[in-house]
Write a protein that binds this ligand. Structure first.
Ligand SMILES: *[C@@H]1O[C@H](CO)[C@@H](O)[C@H](O)[C@H]1NC(C)=O
Ligand SMILES: *[C@@H]1O[C@H](CO)[C@@H](O)[C@H](O)[C@H]1NC(C)=O
Length: 228
């Protein structure tokens, strides 16, 4: 009796160990070859502070599984509990919205981004251990600043640069304003050469499409050339 009991426990243990490994292997590969993947487009974002940002993408999963939940988490979060949930498609919260369609295409819309964060797409299935966490998408946030010498001498050159702390995602077109009026030049930096007393004034820069999020104004003073 005693020996039999031990035997059957040993038998169960030896059977049990390789089984989950096999199942896991099967499931992550998928019977028809579909595997887990999460792709974002773009994978890295540099956005203007206060702008609206989309993280779009798509995912695939092993066909024998049934997807139960799709949601977003962001740092810091509990990787075991998946808390706190940052955005769930069914739950609409003003400045953060997310969608997923039947072809596993998803998007996360962030209105008024204000700080840098890492976002992850999470998928859970009918099998508890079979869940997937996408790679992180980093959103960097920048403001615009006009960088220039505060004072230049007439007939010399002034160079005004519209600076950012990260490289804006979709190659931006820069816009310049002088005393609130839009200038025709879209170059960055803006060269004023030779500079004249009429160039003195207050300068701001912005990015096309985001004219409502300009830099602070920067005053340029033009000193008259000293003549004897
Ligand atoms: C992301 O999706 C939104 C809404 O579906 C769309 O308006 C936007 O242009 C997309 N952005 C990119 C980079 O594909
Ligand atoms: C954007 O967010 C910041 C910080 O949370 C807030 O101060 C500001 O009022 C918001 N802007 C808009 C247009 O909602």
């Amino acid at each position: 009796m005693h020996v039999d009991g031990c035997k059957s426990v040993c038998l169960m243990m030896s059977l049990r160990t390789p089984l989950p490994t096999l199942i896991t292997l099967f499931m992550s590969l998928g019977v028809d070859g579909t595997e887990w993947s999460v792709k974002y487009n773009p994978t890295k974002i540099c956005a203007l502070k206060g702008s609206t940002v989309f993280i779009n993408g798509s995912y695939t999963y092993p066909a024998e599984l049934e997807v139960k939940e799709e949601f977003w988490v962001k740092e810091p979060f509990d990787r075991e509990q998946d808390t706190p949930v940052y955005c769930k498609p069914t739950k609409d919260s003003g400045t953060v919205q997310c969608y997923v369609d039947k072809q596993q295409k998803f998007s996360l819309k962030l209105i008024n981004v204000t700080k840098e964060d890492d976002y992850y797409f999470r998928i859970k299935t009918n099998v508890i251990e079979q869940k997937w966490l996408g790679d992180p998408v980093k959103i960097s946030v920048t403001e615009l600043l006009v960088n220039t010498l505060l004072e230049v001498i007439e007939r010399e050159a002034a160079v005004l640069t519209c600076t950012t702390t990260c490289s804006l995602t979709d190659s931006p077109t820069f816009i310049w304003y002088k005393n609130g009026r839009r200038l025709s030049s879209n170059t960055n930096p803006l060269h004023l050469r030779p500079v004249s007393s009429e160039d003195a004034g207050s300068y701001m820069c912005a990015v096309r499409g985001y004219e409502h999020l300009p830099s602070p104004a920067q005053t340029l003073t033009v000193r008259c050339e000293f003549t004897m």
